[in-house]
Each structure stands twice: as structure tokens, then as C-alpha cells.
Write a protein that binds this ligand. Structure first.
Ligand SMILES: NC(=O)NCCC(=O)O
Ligand SMILES: [Zn+2]
Ligand SMILES: [Zn+2]
Length: 480
């Protein structure tokens, strides 16, 4: 393992922006200083020229679905192609959702997810665990899940009826158990029962096109489910994280709950910040490329989401990467929008879109950017300060970023294992040039330099009251 000297760059953390060198030893940031040439020479460190570049902590993507069976097929990206694409995009840690099956031990599902990732991942990774039922067996297994496996976040789906959806009793009991263990509960917040009714009603009326995916999942029921989850978290005294928030109604519920002191956090995704429901109405079947749940919304919601990020009402950016090819996978829903596999490829572009649309367009600051794509995620999910920041003792997960380079997003040039890019043609300012994972190049001058299987599984820490990250009431009470 060679020591490295990252010289001449501008270091950006969630707190500061300053000119300094980094010395990396044994995969760890060993020293930060204005000029580390003497130390680097004494160490025989390899120089990495970062002059004129920004030096970011590697991105932490808290929401991915790799090698996941869903909608009658399996996601196009596995842990090899997905983590490689993530690295190209400046992400050095992913937390993936481990699915479970009712009646089957949680340990078996976790073992399956370890098999999917090990030997393939090129960056470090952790798992969240889906909870679909609560019974004595599940409750008996949870302490080991949290304390031995280091899986400190439990996911409950409030939608996808007859597939993943759990009822409110299950959600509430998961919250009670999670609270005792210092685990966070994550929710997909939509009212699955109402959606199920609306879908059947639309199909009976002969509405089969992709746009009906959006019309059968109105924003009001995302808001309803978000408020319900926040109320249950308040009652249970649990920590709640709402994934993929898309709309004003949900933001309002989160902001109101936070202003009451409820320990609730909200994530949004690049697709909801930049695309809108008109994409679902594109000619022919092309709208299928833009089928996510919750769906893309009317454009007016984008400004609400940006303002919520800026003011702290929403705190994190996940990719919700869940890729399906247009040919051969999305077309399972030809003639019935409800059979289109839900999800899209975003793992590679999450970091760059947020920089370009957020920082370069003046919507958020550089430090807020780092907080949303890396630091806050590491803190909330029990990885900080190992991940998510540039500090002495942290893993040397580093992105050397050219803030002025321009490029166009396209399926022709992306590295995700999928035949389209939902952001096709989007002009982007800023390029992750080189990416290091624990001090080793994964991407070097835009070329892959990593090795399959070098990514390590991350056991994450439970939270305690003293681990902080309590809601900021001032920011929370500001209205969107
Ligand atoms: N979001 C989506 O459409 N697909 C991935 C699964 C989920 O997060 O709900
Ligand atoms: Zn979801
Ligand atoms: Zn998801």
C-alpha cells in the first residue's frame, strides 16, 4: 500500500473550504497541512497533483438496490457494475437494501446479500434490512442484526401492496424495537392501499400508459403516509428517515414533525430535483424509463425540494439506484403500467448532478453539497468519522474534482449496466477526475483503476442520544 501526498488542492468538508495538502498512510488520512512536502518526501509518498481542483470526501450513497429481484426481474446492476459506476461518479460508500422474505430467518437474507456483494464490490458498502413482519422470531434476531452485523437501519415499505408493504402495526412495532436497539427506521412513505385501489380503477378504465403510474400515486398520499410515519415515530420515540421525498406535502409533514422535536430526517434524489412527470407522457412507451415510486411530480415541487435542502428541512441525497434496461425489463409493463419495474439508474450521476444543479447554479453552498452527499449520510448511518469527511484518522476516501470541466450525461458514456440514462443530454459542470478508496485509486484520471472485491463490508454503529444529529428546530420550523 503506497502512501500518497495529495498536494495543492482545495479541501472541502461540510464545515470548511481551505487550501491544504493531505498525507495518506495505510489507507488513512495521516496528516493535513498547508505544505506537506517534507513529510511526503520522508515517507516516500506518491504525489497526486490537485492544483486547481477541489478535494472532496468520497460520496456516501445511503440508498441503492443492487442485484435486487423486483417486479418480476432483477436489477441490471449488480455489486460489480453498480459500485464501479458509483466510483466513476465520486461515490466511495454505498448502503444497499437487503430484502427479506416473510417466514425466513433474517440471517439467511443477510447471508444472501453478503454473497451478492463480496468478491464484487470495488468500494465499501453496508446494508439496511427490510422488515416485512414482526413476530417473536424477528424480534429475537434483531439484536444480532444491529450489534453483530452492524445493520443499524431497518426499512419498512408503506407501499407495494402484496409485495413489500407492511401494515402500520408492523411499522410501529419495528419502531419500538429499533428505538431500544439504537437503530433507525426508514420508510418508503406512500399509502399502498389507496394506490392499489387507484391502479385497479385506472386499469379497469383502460388506462394502461406509463403516465398513469403518476396519476395513480398522487402527492397527497405521499404526504399522508409521511405524516403517519412521523406521528408513529413520535409516539414510539424512534428515529425515522423518510427515503426519496418527492413533494411539497411530504416536506411539510417532515418540517412540522421536526419543529415538534420529532427525530425525523428526509432524503431526496436527483431525479426529483431535475425531472418532472411530463417525462412519463413521452411518446410511445418511453415514459417507462421514468417510472419511479413515488413518481416524478409536477415541476413546481422541484423548487420546494431545493428550498427544503437549503433550509435543512431535507438533509440527504440518495440515488435510489434501481436500474432496469428499457429493452427486456421496462417493457414487462407494455400494456399495463403497473407492471413496469419501478426504478432507474442514478448511482453514477447523483454526486455530479447535485454539484452542477446545486452548487454551480447557486442553489446550495459547496459545504452544504458535501454535507448532503457524504457527511450527513455517514453521520446518520453510523459511519462517521470513518466515512463522509476529510479528517485525520478518517478513511482516505477522496475525490479529486475539476469544478470547471463540462460534460454531457449520456448512456453512451456512462458506466452503469443499463441501456439508457434518464438524464440523457443534461449538461453538467464539474467532473470527478480521480477517486480513492482507502488511499488506493479506484478511478485514476477518468479510467477505472480498481479491483473487483476490494470493497469491504462496513459494520455500522447504532446511534445514542450523545451521538447527536438531533433535529435542528430552527431550520425545521422554516416553511418551504
Ligand atoms: N423507487 C423505485 O421506484 N424503485 C426502487 C424501490 C424503492 O425504493 O421503492
Ligand atoms: Zn421506495
Ligand atoms: Zn429505493
Amino acid at each position: 500500500m503506497t502512501s500518497k501526498w495529495i498536494k495543492g488542492g482545495t479541501i472541502v468538508t461540510a464545515a470548511d473550504t481551505y487550501r491544504a495538502d493531505l498525507l495518506i498512510k495505510e489507507g488513512i488520512i495521516a496528516k493535513i497541512g498547508i505544505d506537506l512536502s517534507a513529510e511526503a518526501e520522508a515517507e516516500g509518498a506518491e504525489a497526486v497533483d490537485a492544483a486547481g481542483k477541489l478535494v472532496f470526501p468520497g460520496g456516501v450513497d445511503p440508498h441503492t438496490h443492487l442485484d435486487m429481484p423486483f417486479g418480476g426481474t432483477v436489477t441490471a446492476d449488480d455489486f460489480a457494475t453498480g459500485t464501479r459506476a458509483a466510483a466513476f461518479g465520486g461515490t466511495t460508500t454505498v448502503i444497499d437494501f437487503c430484502l427479506t422474505t416473510k417466514g425466513k430467518p433474517l440471517a439467511e437474507s443477510i447471508a444472501t446479500w453478503h454473497r451478492k456483494a463480496s468478491g464484487k464490490a470495488v468500494i465499501d458498502y453496508g446494508f439496511h434490512l427490510m422488515i416485512g413482519e414482526i413476530n417473536d422470531e424477528v424480534l429475537a434476531e434483531l439484536p444480532a442484526v444491529v450489534n453483530d452485523e452492524g445493520i443499524t437501519s431497518l426499512k419498512v415499505f408503506m407501499a407495494y401492496k402484496n409485495v413489500f408493504q407492511a401494515d402500520d402495526g408492523t411499522l410501529f412495532r419495528t419502531m419500538l424495537a429499533a428505538k431500544d436497539l439504537g437503530a433507525m427506521v426508514m420508510v418508503h412513505a406512500e399509502n399502498g392501499d389507496v394506490i392499489d385501489f387507484l391502479i385497479r380503477q385506472a386499469l379497469e378504465a383502460g388506462h394502461t400508459d406509463p403516465i398513469y403510474h403518476a396519476r395513480t400515486r398522487p402527492s397527497i398520499i405521499e404526504g399522508e403516509a409521511t405524516g403517519r410515519a412521523a406521528n408513529l415515530a413520535e409516539l414510539a420515540g424512534a428515529r425515522l428517515y423518510v427515503v426519496h421525498v418527492t413533494c411539497e406535502e411530504a416536506v411539510r409533514q417532515i418540517a412540522e414533525a421536526r419543529s415538534r422535536g420529532v427525530d425525523v430526517w428526509g432524503e431526496t434524489c436527483p431525479q426529483y430535483l431535475t425531472l418532472d412527470e411530463t417525462y412519463l407522457a413521452r411518446p410511445g412507451f418511453e415514459g417507462a424509463k421514468y417510472v419511479w415510486s413515488p413518481p416524478l411530480r409536477e415541476q413546481r415541487h422541484q423548487e420546494v425540494l431545493w428550498n427544503a435542502l437549503k433550509s435543512g428541512q431535507l438533509q440527504t441525497i440518495g440515488s435510489d439506484h434501481c436500474s432496469f434496461n428499457y429493452d427486456g425489463q421496462k417493457d414487462l409493463g407494455l400494456g399495463d403500467f403497473s407492471k413496469i419495474p419501478n426504478g432507474g439508474p442514478v448511482i453514477e450521476d447523483r454526486f455530479s448532478i447535485l454539484y452542477s444543479e446545486g452548487v454551480a447554479k447557486g442553489r446550495i453552498t459547496l459545504n452544504q453539497f458535501v454535507e448532503m452527499v457524504a457527511t450527513r449520510n455517514a453521520k446518520l448511518f453510523g459511519l462517521f468519522p470513518q466515512k463522509g469527511t476529510i479528517a485525520v484518522g478518517s478513511d482516505a476516501d477522496i475525490v479529486i474534482f475539476d469544478p470547471s470541466a463540462e460534460r454531457t450525461l449520456s448512456a453512451q458514456s456512462h458506466h452503469m449496466n443499463v441501456d439508457y440514462n434518464p438524464f440523457e443530454g443534461m449538461s453538467i459542470t464539474g467532473v470527478p477526475l480521480s477517486v480513492l478508496s482507502r488511499g488506493e485509486y479506484v478511478i485514476r484520471d477518468r479510467q477505472f483503476a480498481g479491483e473487483l472485491g476490494t470493497g469491504r463490508y462496513l459494520k455500522r454503529s447504532p446511534y445514542t442520544a450523545s451521538s447527536g444529529e438531533a433535529p435542528d428546530r430552527t431550520a425545521a420550523s422554516a416553511k418551504s
